[in-house]
Design a protein around this ligand. Sequence first.
Ligand code: ADP
Ligand code: MG
Length: 699
Amino acid sequence: MEKQNIPELFGSLVFDDRVMRARLSADVYQSLRKTIDENARLKESDAEAVAREMRSWAIEHGATHFTHWFQPLTGVTAEKHDSFISPSPDGGVIMEFSGKELIKGEPDASSFPSGGLRATFEARGYTAWDPTSYAFIKDHTLCIPTAFCSYSGEALDKKTPLLRSMQALNIQAVRILKLFGKEVKNVRTSVGPEQEYFLIDREMFEKRPDLIYTGRTLFGAMPPKGQELDDHYFGVIKPRVLAFMEDLNTELWKLGILAKTEHNEVAPAQHELAPIYSTTNVATDNNQLTMEIMQKVARKHGLVCLLHEKPFAGVNGSGKHNNWSMATDTGVNLLSPGETPYENAQFLLFLCAVIQAVDDYQDLLRLAVATAGNDHRLGANEAPPAIISVFLGEELTAILDAIKTDSPYEGTEKVIMKLGVNTLPRFSRDTTDRNRTSPFAFTGNKFEFRSLGSSNSIACCNMMLNAAVAESLKQYADRLEKAEDFEADLHALIKEVIQKHERILFNGNGYGEEWVKEATEIRGLSNLKTTADAMPHLLDEKNKEMLKAHKVFTESELQSRCEIMLENYCKTVNIEGQTMVDMVRKNYLPAIESYLFNLAQATSLMRSVSDKVKCNYEISTLERLSELTDEILERVEALEAVLEELKGYPDIRRTSEAVRDDVLPKMEALRASVDEAEMLTGEQYWPFPSYGKLLFSVY
Ligand code: ADP
Ligand code: MG
């Protein structure tokens, strides 16, 4: 690879602060900064000026088109390109882009899922510029990050509620900080999402209809080697993969994405990319872009990047770790233990806010990561269980215990834990004891939510997390603002929170059977195993009340989202089921039949030569395979029947239950028969590349 000047390359396709400062007049720059930092409204004339500079900058960088780039509820990003051209009287064109076009777009969006929202109001939606996320150039197009709403103001995307949740948390966190004597302009949440993915050979991919239609393999017997040797994790990166990673980094850096860490993951052909963290809405945009660019760059290298949560049975699936924290505009991380006891009291209060939030809204966090794909991972001994709990590590747990019971903390000094007074010991960052099995782990100065699936938009879990933490903080602020003795009340509050919410704290093995029993039977934690179980909780009174109170969602937005997510679950599984039927009828059964025919023919031919030949192999294989083809037929017919029934249920909730109870088990049964047949059939008869070829053919 030729030598790159990375600092020069970095952000070269982004209309970022450096560009704004260099190109905008001081006045316009100041007012845009105010909009970005303090959500101030941008004057029309300033918007005009910004648009003018954006256009000339974009054209200088090869752009011919612009688009409002948004994140509809399909989970992927959407864009509609318009060129800058505008006819001029002399028959030519000039390149135009107005302030209005920057601020607002009106995509004909009637085909995006809206869960009935738009139907009742207005067929169109509009997109509105989010100036807090920088515009960038992709494929000769100036992309303007936007929020997507209906004309009546309902959010039709993932970004709007995310921005609202950040605002909600900001309001409450600033109130709390004021009580500690800190005046800050704002508090923002930051996220660093670690992204897992698979890379497979494009030629192999193209031979597998299941991968093409559904992103995962629906059939496939295990190869002789899987991940049992642990030789892939952090192993030497193969040259083809390395070339891909280098190219990917370059493309991401140009877009100002802080791609930082890359390594092989546990499963063969599995890898991970982690960026340096950024403000949540920017991290969300960047993660969506990262996923898109991964797939594009892979194609260029003759590879395909699989972002499905469970592309292969029998080896680990892919997740995403959402490293999350809160920080002030003055650069203080609120989840970082402080230097003084007083700071640590503040730290403990924010820590408590998160603990309470996770306990009170376990179901929201669970449903925020619920998709048909992710259901295959959670609780399958490769990813956290569907039960949400919080890992704090030994030291913090001991401190909380000491506070709870007014007993000495057996740390460096033996002291009763009293908050706010000079007896609270300094504690070190507890990063040593890292528990990979916990869904929600404190890792020294941030929490890591590990239940996300690799293809999930991180917007979903962060809007829930932000809102839930805002709610805890609001309750604390309401109480402490009235306190007569702040320190005493603070201490009492923290103690109460620990007592009330300690059931959510768990430092043990989250993969164990005993934990499921303890969590559900003794602690009363929820265990929502599938999307069909989890999603309806979005409409539980307590959840709706909280999300509405913090203005993250309206009632109708919640109704529509629940509907859309369940619909997505049903449609996804339905496509998988239909694909299985198609592959079985058109390919697997005929392939096995050819092999059977060959065996039968061989047997009679051999017998005609000599009656001494036993043909044990031919006959036993033929007998078993013929049983299997009967079984496969029976099972494919059973699957077809339940898929047909899906059309007849009165509502989406009932349909989703049928998907869970009828369709998925029938799919699994069918797969088992076909996979067994694969092991008995000659390879040249088998219609699709094997797991071995899919997982081990990239060097
Ligand atoms: P790991 O050992 O899991 O790789 P790292 O410390 O390397 O943990 O961080 C993983 C991710 O967490 C990175 O994306 C990193 O930028 C992010 N991260 C670190 N500090 C914070 C923070 N304060 N807020 C949010 N994310 C953070
Ligand atoms: Mg991690």
